[in-house]
Design a protein around this ligand. Structure first.
Ligand code: NAD
Length: 486
């Protein structure tokens, strides 16, 4: 049963406030709950609880105890899999098949992977000759950073939140999480799980609200937050970066993208179509790593456009519970209006609409939902705004290219640098192009294939810092050198 009152989670308690905002489900846009907005007082209380927890049993717990608790957490998320699934699908409208396959299992796996990682990563050691003929030894010692502020987006709510909370807790920090105002539910459910498995009070806290003049701003400007990790839009990341500068606090930013896929004529055609359909349209195009620019080598251009069009048109748009659903709605009416404004702009900029371009006809109560058609364009100049700006919807522009040099120049000519997918059977070219792409993540003959031990993050305006595997240690621990003269 979905909760209709969604509360803050502070110091192990569920906390209401006197200010509420609506929680809507995108399939119908109906109000399905009320969320308690945290004010300054609640954010203060959450940060104070997180600070106090560093001094309590959590702060002095040996690593094996922490790891055991995180493993219990994974088991309990899996026990309550169905509730997490229901909550995530209610908030996002995404197909259950997708959330059951990606969001919830990966949400749990994030705790397991980082619990394993902290157990197994050594620190460095150096032996140093001293001028008096003796030696000193140096070793690295990692300690937690302290209270981490975690600011999350709405597209993969549990997965992207635990991607940060998993390593933060594994490293011994405490957290205050601000979920997206669009998707508050799974963060609160996780609070119930924390209590159930015995994670000490104050280690994990959740405050709800918006950005400016609300919980987001109160948290990121709070002087007792030691570091901030953020996933969301680049312009929000810039504001948070400024907030983090006060007090010289570390910040990790995972931000927007305008990712290119490059398909060479020698690629496995069916695999490239299947992969590009996923990278453009999965999660209704609301994936930071998703493709919005497709470059196809000229000999297969027409064939590729026709096959992608056929695939897009076959995708069933529908509700989460329908097993046939390939694509759900966008997250909100506001985001639908933004994506539709780009659909209109594409036409104004001179695009040929290959398929889509509007809102599908949906029956009954679904009429008011945030639906959108998967959309493909061709014919735009590289200077078009639709080619330059992140839309974050199920859409792509496809352009032909003739040479490797030309496609590299076009694909790299963007302010963002998050991810790319390159499709070719030529091994040397695959390496060459992957290495020259100005991105943090380059996939070859695949997309969104993730090994959680590998670095994840964006270059250029897509991000600062890398998380994942040992790279998360760099952000979530303070590395100190201990030098001992023998
Ligand atoms: P957003 O930037 O609008 O919001 C993200 C979070 O920031 C929300 O919780 C919001 O309330 C909060 N926020 C907004 N203004 C704030 C402020 N002034 N101070 C503090 N907090 C503030 O992003 P979104 O619309 O939720 O998510 C979509 C964006 O996220 C897209 O640009 C997408 O590319 C990006 N994204 C990036 C990655 C990545 O790993 N690089 C992953 C997922 C999404």
């Amino acid at each position: 049963m979905l909760a209709n009152k969604i509360l803050n989670f502070i110091n192990g308690e569920f906390v209401a406030t006197d200010k509420w905002f609506e929680n809507r489900t995108p399939t119908t846009n109906a109000v399905i709950g009320q969320v308690a907005e945290a004010g300054k007082a609640e954010v203060d209380a959450a940060v104070a609880a997180a600070r106090a927890a560093l001094q309590g049993p959590w702060g002095s717990m040996p690593l094996p105890g922490r790891v055991e608790l995180l493993e219990a957490l994974v088991a309990e998320i899996n026990n309550r899999f169905e509730e997490f699934l229901e909550a995530e699908c209610a908030d996002t409208g995404k197909p259950r098949s997708l959330a059951a396959h990606i969001d919830i299992p990966r949400g749990a796996a994030n705790f397991k992977v980082f619990a394993d990682m902290v157990k197994n990563v050594p620190t460095e050691f150096f032996e140093t000759p001293t001028p008096d003929g003796r030696t000193a030894i140096n070793y690295g010692y990692r300690r937690p950073v302290g209270v981490i502020g975690v600011i999350c987006p709405w597209n993969l709510p549990l997965l992207l939140m635990t991607w940060k909370v998993g390593p933060a807790l594994a490293c011994g920090n405490t957290v205050v999480v601000k979920p997206s105002e669009e998707t508050p539910r799974t963060a609160v459910l996780l609070g119930e799980v924390m209590n159930k498995v015995g994670i000490p009070k104050g280690v994990y806290n959740v405050v709800h609200g918006f950005g400016p003049d609300s919980a987001g701003e109160f948290l990121t400007t709070h002087p007792h937050v030691d570091a901030i990790t953020f996933t969301g839009e680049t312009r929000t990341g810039e504001i948070i970066s400024k907030a983090a500068a006060i007090g010289s606090r570390p910040v990790s930013l995972e931000m927007g993208g305008k990712n290119a896929a490059i398909i060479f004529a020698d690629a496995d055609f069916d695999a490239a179509i299947e992969g590009t359909l996923r990278s453009c349209f999965v999660n209704c195009g609301q994936v930071c790593l998703g493709t919005e620019r497709v470059y196809v080598e000229r000999p297969i251009f027409e064939k590729f456009v026709a096959a992608l069009k056929a695939g897009a048109e076959q995708m069933k748009i529908g509700v989460p519970e329908d097993k046939e659903t390939g694509m759900g709605p966008l997250i909100s009416k506001e985001h639908q209006a933004k994506v539709l404004s780009y659909y209109q702009l594409a036409v104004e900029e001179g695009a040929t609409v290959v398929t889509g371009g509007g809102v599908p006809d949906m029956p009954g109560e679904l009429k008011d939902g945030c639906w959108i058609q998967p959309t493909i364009w061709t014919g735009l100049p590289e200077t078009a705004r639709v080619i330059k700006e992140e839309i974050f919807g199920p859409c792509c522009h496809i352009a032909p290219f003739d040479t490797e040099e030309e496609v590299l120049q076009k694909a790299n000519d963007n302010q963002y640098g998050l991810a790319t997918a390159i499709w070719t059977r030529d091994v040397s070219r695959a390496h060459r192009v992957a290495q020259r792409m100005e991105v943090g993540l380059a996939w070859v003959n695949s997309w969104f294939l993730r090994d959680l031990r590998t670095p994840f993050g964006g270059s250029k305006q897509s991000g600062i810092g890398r998380e994942g595997g040992v790279h998360s240690l760099e952000f979530y621990t303070e590395l100190k050198n201990v030098c001992i003269k023998l």
